[in-house]
Design a protein around this ligand. Structure first.
Ligand code: A2P
Length: 213
């Protein structure tokens, strides 16, 4: 089982099955509706350059970026460092095309991006690139599904926004507990960063594969 004959894709990742894409989108849309109407959110609306009287329609603020997935290795058709090596790794070859369950543990937004945090299993971490975090954070910290981006923002930003929240937590900045919503506890981390820890994580049926675009 070798992929040496295959050309290098745009990226590798776990792609959510269509029913879980629907489920996650509908959950995200509920969250954005509720969050956008909270007084606590309106108080910080300046982060989103909105009018405190009118609020922001968060569902319109973030535009959808296509099929929902969790990127493992961004390859850019081989231009990215380590792309070919990644593709030839035994774990990558063996897992290619296989089903896997992604555990989604939180939803978050910043003025740039909206995403879902992914908690990787030991087996899934085998497919995680060594250099993804580039910081003093546990491997896999960056794992996420991009749900949407603000105008002019590229999806690569979602993982960076997530890392920033995780780095803040690690430094002991617990954030401001806002309230418990039906879906879970809502925390504000400052500078427009909001995170909803899901009471019941979603276990989303996914497939490890690649995208050529
Ligand atoms: P993400 O994984 O955060 O969603 P684009 O749409 O910009 O062409 O990117 C395609 C996919 O590859 C997206 O899922 C995107 O971000 C991811 N991606 C783009 N650039 C990078 C990068 N430099 N490092 C890691 N992932 C990237």
């Amino acid at each position: 089982n070798t992929m040496s004959e295959t050309s290098v894709p745009f990226f590798f990742g776990w792609f959510l099955s269509s029913s879980y894409q629907d489920k996650l989108r509908s959950m995200a849309s509920d969250f954005l509706k509720i969050l956008g109407n909270l007084d606590a959110f309106k108080k910080h609306i300046g982060d989103f350059s909105g009018d405190p009287e009118k609020g922001v329609d968060l569902e319109q603020y973030f535009s959808d970026k296509g099929v929902l997935h969790c990127t493992t290795k961004f390859c850019d058709y081989g231009k990215e460092q380590g792309a070919k090596e990644y593709m030839e790794k035994q774990e990558v070859c063996e897992s290619y095309g296989r089903a896997s369950e992604l555990e989604l543990t939180a939803l978050f937004i910043t003025p740039r991006t909206a995403g879902a945090q992914v908690s990787l299993s030991e087996a899934q971490l085998q497919l995680w690139p060594e250099d993804s975090e580039k910081e003093d954070l546990p491997r896999g910290s960056r794992a996420h599904v991009t749900l949407g981006c603000a105008e002019g923002v590229e999806p690569v930003q979602t993982g960076l926004d997530l890392l920033e929240i995780i780095a803040q937590k690690k430094q002991g900045e617990e954030g401001e507990k806002i309230q418990d919503l039906d879906l879970g506890a809502l925390t504000y981390y400052g500078k427009g960063a909001w995170m909803l820890s899901l009471k019941e994580p979603i276990r989303a049926q996914s497939c490890f594969s690649s995208y050529y675009g």
